[in-house]
Design a protein around this ligand. Structure first.
Ligand SMILES: NC(=O)c1ccc[n+]([C@@H]2O[C@H](COP(=O)([O-])OP(=O)(O)OC[C@H]3O[C@@H](n4cnc5c(N)ncnc54)[C@H](OP(=O)(O)O)[C@@H]3O)[C@@H](O)[C@H]2O)c1
Length: 283
C-alpha cells in the first residue's frame, strides 16, 4: 500500500492515476473529501498531513509514502518519525532544482514552503529515500498567463529572454511512480526538467498554437509584471521571487537535464505537448 500526500494536486493526481493503473494499492490523502474524485479502487483518506497524528491510522500497512512539502509544511520530521513507527519502508519526496539556491531564488520558500527541510529529513530518515528535484512546472503557465490569454491576444510580462525548461507534471509523476515501485532511484536526487530551454515568447507561441490563436508576448517593466501577477492571484512573495529568478536567467539558457529520459526510457514531454493537454485552461 502506498500513501500519497498532496494527492489532489498538480503532481499527486496523475501519480495516483498511474499507481492505480499499475494495480498498486493507493491511499490518497486530502483535507477535503468533496474535491477528491479518484478512481474507485483508490482509498481516499481525509487528514491534514501538516498534523501527522491525523495520519496515524492511515499509515497502518503502508510500505511507501509520497511526500509533498506543500501539504506537509513544517511537519516533515514528525511525519517521518510516525511513518517509521508504523513500519513504512520508503519515502519519496518532491523537492526542487533550486533547493540549495539562496532564499531569494526560491520563490516557494518565500511563501512558507519547506522543500529543503523536508528533503533533508527524508534523506536523514534512515528509510529508503528518493528526492525529486524538479525544475519549474509547465503548469505555472496557467497561473501566470491564462487570465491574459482568455482576455486577448497579448501576454505581457518582464524579461522576455529569461529562459527555463518547463516540465510536464505527468513526467514528474511518472518518475515518482518509478521511484515508489522500483529500486533504481534509491538514495538519489534526480534533477527533473523539461526537454527544452524556452523563452517566454516561445512558450506563449506554443500555447497559441495549441488553442489555434496567434498570441504574442509584449515586454513590460518588472514592477508592472509583478503587480499583474499579484492581480492574477499569485501571492506577493511568490510573484516577487519569480521576477527575481527571471531577472537572473535573462539571456541565459535554462538548465536542461536528461534525467526524465534516462529514467523513463522515453523522451520528456515538450511544452508544446503540455499546452495541447491543457487547452481548456486557456479557453
Ligand atoms: N511549481 C513549480 O514550478 C515547482 C517546481 C519545483 C518544486 N515545486 C514544489 O512542488 C510542491 C508542490 O507540488 P504540487 O504543485 O503538486 O502541489 P499542489 O498541487 O499545489 O498541492 C498539492 C495538494 O496539497 C494540498 N495543499 C495545497 N496547499 C496546501 C497548504 N497550504 N496546506 C496544506 N495542504 C495544501 C492540496 O490538497 P487537498 O486540498 O486535497 O488537501 C493540494 O491539492 C511544493 O513543495 C513546491 O515548492 C514546485
Amino acid at each position: 500500500m502506498i500513501l500519497i500526500t498532496g494527492a489532489t494536486g498538480t503532481v499527486g493526481r496523475p501519480l495516483v492515476g498511474m499507481l492505480d493503473h499499475a494495480g498498486v494499492g493507493v491511499r490518497a490523502v486530502t483535507r477535503d473529501m468533496t474535491s477528491a474524485r479518484f478512481p474507485a479502487a483508490v482509498e481516499v483518506i481525509q487528514a491534514e498531513p501538516s498534523e501527522p497524528e491525523t495520519l496515524r491510522d492511515a499509515l497502518v500497512g503502508v510500505t511507501a509514502i509520497f511526500v509533498n512539502p506543500r501539504a506537509v509544511g513544517a511537519a516533515g520530521v514528525e511525519l517521518i518519525a510516525l511513518a517509521r513507527e508504523q513500519g513504512v519502508k520508503r519515502m519519496v519526496t518532491m523537492s526542487a532544482l533550486n533547493v540549495e539556491f539562496d532564499v531569494e531564488r526560491q520563490p516557494s520558500r518565500l511563501r512558507g514552503e519547506y522543500n529543503k527541510e523536508v528533503e533533508f529529513a527524508v534523506v536523514e530518515s534512515g528509510l529508503e529515500w528518493v528526492a525529486l528535484r524538479s525544475g519549474a512546472y509547465a503548469d505555472n503557465a496557467i497561473a501566470m498567463w491564462a487570465g491574459q490569454i482568455r482576455a486577448g491576444e497579448v501576454v505581457r510580462g518582464a524579461y522576455p529572454n529569461s529562459t527555463w525548461a518547463p516540465i510536464h507534471e505527468h513526467d514528474i509523476a511518472a518518475v515518482g511512480a518509478h521511484a515508489l515501485l522500483t529500486d533504481g532511484l534509491l538514495g538519489r536526487r534526480p534533477v527533473l526538467t523539461g526537454p527544452h530551454s524556452l523563452t517566454q515568447p516561445n512558450m506563449v507561441t506554443a500555447i497559441g498554437a495549441a488553442i489555434g490563436r496567434s498570441l504574442r508576448f509584449e515586454e513590460i517593466s518588472p514592477d508592472a509584471a509583478t503587480q499583474a501577477m499579484i492581480r492574477a492571484g499569485i501571492p506577493t512573495p511568490l510573484a516577487e521571487g519569480f521576477l527575481t529568478m527571471q531577472a537572473e536567467s535573462y539571456g541565459q539558457r535554462g538548465l536542461v537535464s536528461n534525467e526524465v529520459e534516462e529514467i523513463l526510457r522515453r523522451p520528456a514531454r515538450t511544452f508544446a505537448e503540455w499546452a495541447v493537454d491543457h487547452v481548456d485552461s486557456f479557453r
